[in-house]
Ligand binder design. Structure first.
Ligand SMILES: *[C@@H]1O[C@H](CO)[C@@H](O)[C@H](O)[C@H]1NC(C)=O
Ligand SMILES: *[C@@H]1O[C@H](CO)[C@@H](O)[C@H](O)[C@H]1NC(C)=O
Length: 398
């Protein structure tokens, strides 16, 4: 009797801790539930390990995810190889079929909150080889230094170096890429880096070859207001909760938990940088249907000390939404995917709005039944749908 009561209480406690309320619109809820539960259990174990002083949270998470790595294997359609671009490791996918003309080139940047992920993960490897095959394109899937070992601006700089290397005339020629048809693309933190390097490139007089398109798949674009409606609604969204996203942001800049505490309270932008808040003001930048009943409050000013120590979070290289209109105006053709059930939804929506405001060319797909990670979730119909849309947009525009 005593034992069964103990068992019952344990089951209820475990169920309580791993329970994740899922929006009705999501396809195959059990699948998403399983993924979200695995991540949740992983984060609990990683937190526990950190509490005991055994291992850094993100190092444990990296270990858990290592099983996703696959070697660079060529198949009947695509040659796959690994090399380094200016000492940054990359995986390159080249179609095997003969081509008379030069090919498209796509530079891909994986996600994982600047802490996790790799071009070698099976999801990214599969995506890149299929993209190479479907588009008859040379795909370069880049790696970059990850937190907690490396912090901003290392991630940005690695990706930028690797991209600049690719954009050299003789390198493009070596891989048979048409210099007029090169694009960048990335998801989540990779979308953040894609947006940031694209902005940097248009201001770089040393790079003669310019990008034709950029694709941003549910990108993270700002760390100034972590209470936009999607953040508020996403306290318990599957896969990426608000607290995990805030943790990723903080790790991008520092191991100092003080910054994370201030970010969780949305009190980290000091008074002297409050003029930047206009660029992330969801009250003016978000269409009414996404604001719902949320009431805009100017974020409470934070201490100047944090911003002096970690200026990354007010740096446009980490927060591309802070770019001036003049920069946005010169961006290449842009394709942005946002998902309804995603804390980063409003970042993408605000970027779309700012691009539209300056008359930049932007295609926007909002996925009503989409959630963070839907672009790379093997076996889901939504993933096939998103990837097909992505390929058809690239076939038309790159
Ligand atoms: C190679 O391409 C053909 C034709 O598109 C396809 O049917 C086949 O599945 C591809 N092979 C691999 C390993 O993807
Ligand atoms: C944000 O926009 C609203 C109006 O849309 C305005 O009242 C508010 O002052 C703005 N706040 C900032 C910080 O720009």
């Amino acid at each position: 009797m005593g034992r069964s009561i103990f068992l019952l209480i344990s089951v209820v406690l475990v169920a309580y801790y791993v329970y994740i309320p899922l929006p009705d619109a999501i396809e195959k809820p059990w699948w998403v539930f399983r993924e979200a539960t695995l991540i949740k259990i992983g984060t609990y174990l990683a937190s526990f390990g950190e509490l005991l002083g055994i291992n850094h949270f993100m190092d444990t998470m990296q270990l858990f995810m290592k099983f996703q790595e696959v070697p660079p294997m060529s198949d009947e359609n695509v040659t796959v190889m690994e090399t380094a671009f200016d000492s940054v490791p990359v995986r390159i996918y080249i179609p095997k079929r003969k081509s008379m003309a030069l090919r498209r080139g796509l530079f891909y940047i994986h996600g994982g909150g600047w802490c996790l992920g790799s071009a070698a993960y099976i999801t990214y490897d599969t995506l890149s080889r299929r993209t190479a095959h479907k588009l008859d394109a040379v795909v370069v899937s880049t790696d970059y230094g990850l937190a907690p070992k490396h912090h901003f601006p290392r991630q940005f700089e690695d990706v930028y170096r690797s991209l600049r290397w690719f954009l050299q005339e003789d390198i493009l020629e070596k891989y048979g890429v048409d210099p007029r048809r090169v694009g960048v693309s990335g998801d989540s933190a990779g979308g953040n880096l894609a947006a940031a390097v694209t902005q940097q490139l248009i201001q770089d007089p040393d790079v003669k070859i310019k990008l034709k398109v950029q694709v941003l798949i549910y990108p993270a674009l700002q760390a100034l207001d972590l209470n936009s409606p999607s953040y508020q609604e996403g306290l318990h969204f599957p896969i990426l909760t608000r607290s995990l996203m805030v943790r990723f942001w903080r790790e991008y800049f520092t191991t100092d938990q003080g910054l994370e505490k201030a970010m969780l309270l949305n009190q980290h932008v000091p008074m002297e940088f409050s003029h930047l808040l206009q660029f992330v003001n969801w009250s003016s930048l978000l269409p009414a249907r996404y604001k719902k009943n949320h009431v805009y409050k100017n974020p409470t000013p934070g201490s100047s000390e944090l911003a002096q120590k970690y200026p990354g979070f007010i740096d446009v290289k980490a927060c591309p939404l802070l770019a001036s209109d003049n920069i946005l105006h010169h961006l290449p053709l842009t394709y942005i995917i946002t998902c309804q059930y995603d804390v980063l939804r409003d970042d993408g929506l605000m970027y779309v709005k700012r691009l539209q405001n300056v008359g930049a060319h932007v295609t926007h797909h909002h996925i009503e039944d989409g959630f963070h990670g839907a672009f790379t979730s093997p076996g889901l119909k939504i993933t096939n749908r998103l990837q097909s849309q992505y390929w058809s947009w690239l076939i038309k525009n790159l």
